[in-house]
Design a protein around this ligand. Sequence first.
Ligand code: ADP
Ligand code: MG
Length: 378
Amino acid sequence: MTRKLYRLVPVAFVIAALSFALHAWNGAKTASEAETRGANAGYRKFSDESFDSFDTLVTFTAFTRDEAEFGRYAKIVRDEMGRLHRLFDIYHEYEGLINLKTINDAAGIAPVQADTDIMNLLELAKEAYDDTGGAFNVALGPVLAIWHDRRAAAANGVVSAPSAEELQSAAVHISARDIRIDRENSTVFLPYGDMRLDVGAVAKGYAAQRAADMLRRSGLASGIINAGGNVVIIGPPLDGRETWSVGVHAPTDDGDMSKLLDVLYLKDGSAVTSGSDQRYFIADDRRYHHIIDPQTLFPADGLKSVTVLHNNSSLADILSTAAFILPMNEARALLARHGAEAMWMTEDGETMATEGYKRASKVEREKSAGEMKAGGEL
Ligand code: ADP
Ligand code: MG
């Protein structure tokens, strides 16, 4: 195996290098060495990027004593994200592996032996279905497949939106409650032939959380994973700062991810964004994005993005999708029940945030500092 050279990032770099855009990391491209001081002496910052899992950029950054140590942790991230990607894949088969595609293909036929992570994920998803009044629904697969195919066709120049009738005729067995998980025999069964699972709204968050837990168990004290907008912190940076700076990208009409809407100062937990500007197609001047309201079977209206903060990344991922779909008052109640914080951006570009989000937000801190200053000058 060839030895991988991990990127070494200077500690005293400009803010851009310290920021992780939630959807793409635009970190330092230079490699130069900088030693940490004091209690953190001897630690250096390394970064690894990969595009192997979940069709998204996964960036892992950590402070370790040397490159070899970092390489061991980076391998854990790549291996675990890759393993879970294959397990939760609904489009591809892998030799010798029973994954979600196997379970979908056996719908209405027979229960399938399932890996513990599949059962854990589906159990969590079933709870979330009830908890969100059905807004978060991994059994929406038959409907999501139609939208997925239209996005793919549009990318090839054949643009058309599905009709309400077409969507409704696919939405016959779409209750997550029907998913049968048998812990004793370690099987999962979809009892109707037309049931299909799609775990796209929680898979990345779940995988990033698992990888972070493994890193911590393996002894890593300081690091951060960003799996396509699902950020999980393993421990605070070892360069004198108390927090990581996590960039929240500004949703734009063309999916340009270079602009930041905010920077979050975080020392633990997870930040996850769901947005309408990354996966979509345009037909008849309307944007058809990838977060589908199970009540209408069409893309959820009203918002451009939602960013959720929660200790657990699986839950943050679930909540960001649900908060994108639910009416604001229901979303607020749901988040409060879970002790989660959030920021919403409406289609008109207005933003709203919970108090806990504001405390972590650069934009909000600057706003209140500005107000204090203005008050002082009166
Ligand atoms: P992203 O994948 O961009 O991070 P989300 O976490 O919000 O964003 O997940 C969106 C994906 O979840 C869609 O591509 C689709 O596979 C799936 N999905 C869409 N609508 C729903 C829904 N109402 N409930 C559960 N999953 C959904
Ligand atoms: Mg999600």
